[in-house]
Design a protein around this ligand. Structure first.
Ligand code: PXP
Length: 239
């Protein structure tokens, strides 16, 4: 079966809105594992807007499935990843000039730097995938950079309104090419309960990383119970 990596960044986004210690992305990760997640994904951003270094440290200790660290290809991030030793790393663009027009990492333009970072990671036994648009040139460059795999950016497919056939075919063709070149194929970005199925049916894709829609759904399915628990406490105040 296809693997599900659950991205808990947005649990940390909610915590950082108050700069206190709840909700805790580590606790969310453990609950996600209980729900069947095959891996936990977090993105340590340069501005630390959601996930903090301490979160990654704790996740490294407590995640029992596998930990996938998304990060920019900067010297600072490479050093942090060498310290945290995630099972997997996914290189994503952080600055505008590293982005392709659609939003994936521009491996063609930054091939040498990416190749060097991939080599350092793989020497530590960390598998590296590159988050790229579904384009032949980016897939071929990823292969040349020595990556273990690619994560195909599904944003264009998710954002397309109406008939998504063309965008779906682009993802499917990219997955087939990457697989033929010996790359492991993942997908992610913008996937939700309504649009995930056609992507999950692409046979070469072995892993999907999904964050926002799952965290958003968790808020909704948990709301009734959360309010009920608060009402129960209030009831006891006047007993
Ligand atoms: N994969 C990568 C490489 C990402 O950067 C993100 C967003 O952080 C995701 C998957 C998850 O995207 P979403 O939150 O839209 O499900």
């Amino acid at each position: 079966m296809i693997r599900l990596g659950v991205n808990v960044d947005h649990v940390a986004t909610l915590r950082q809105a108050r700069r206190i210690d709840t909700p805790d992305p580590v606790q969310a990760a453990l609950l996600a594992e209980r729900g069947g997640a095959d891996g936990i994904t977090v993105h340590l951003r340069e501005d630390r807007r959601h996930i903090q270094e301490r979160d990654v440290e704790l996740l490294r200790e407590r995640v029992r499935t596998k930990l996938n660290l998304e990060m920019a290809v900067t010297e600072e991030m490479v050093r942090l990843a060498e310290r945290f030793r995630p099972d997997d790393a996914c290189f994503v663009p952080e600055r505008r000039e590293e982005l392709t027009t659609e939003g994936g990492l521009d491996v063609v333009a930054h091939r040498a730097r990416i190749k060097e970072a991939v080599k350092r990671f793989q020497a530590h036994g960390i598998r590296v995938s590159l988050f790229i648009d579904p384009e032949r040139s980016q897939i071929e460059a990823s292969r040349e950079a020595g990556a273990h795999g690619v994560e195909i950016h599904t944003g264009r497919y998710c954002d397309a309104s109406g008939d998504k056939t063309r965008e779906l075919e682009q993802v499917a063709a990219a997955a087939a090419l990457a697989h033929r070149l010996g790359l492991e194929v993942h997908g992610g970005h913008g996937l939700n309960y309504q649009n995930v199925l056609p992507i999950a049916r692409i046979p070469e894709i072995v892993e999907l990383n999904i964050g926002h829609s799952i965290v958003a759904r968790a808020v909704m399915v948990g709301m009734e119970r959360a309010v009920g628990e608060m009402k129960q406490i209030l009831r006891t105040a006047r007993e």
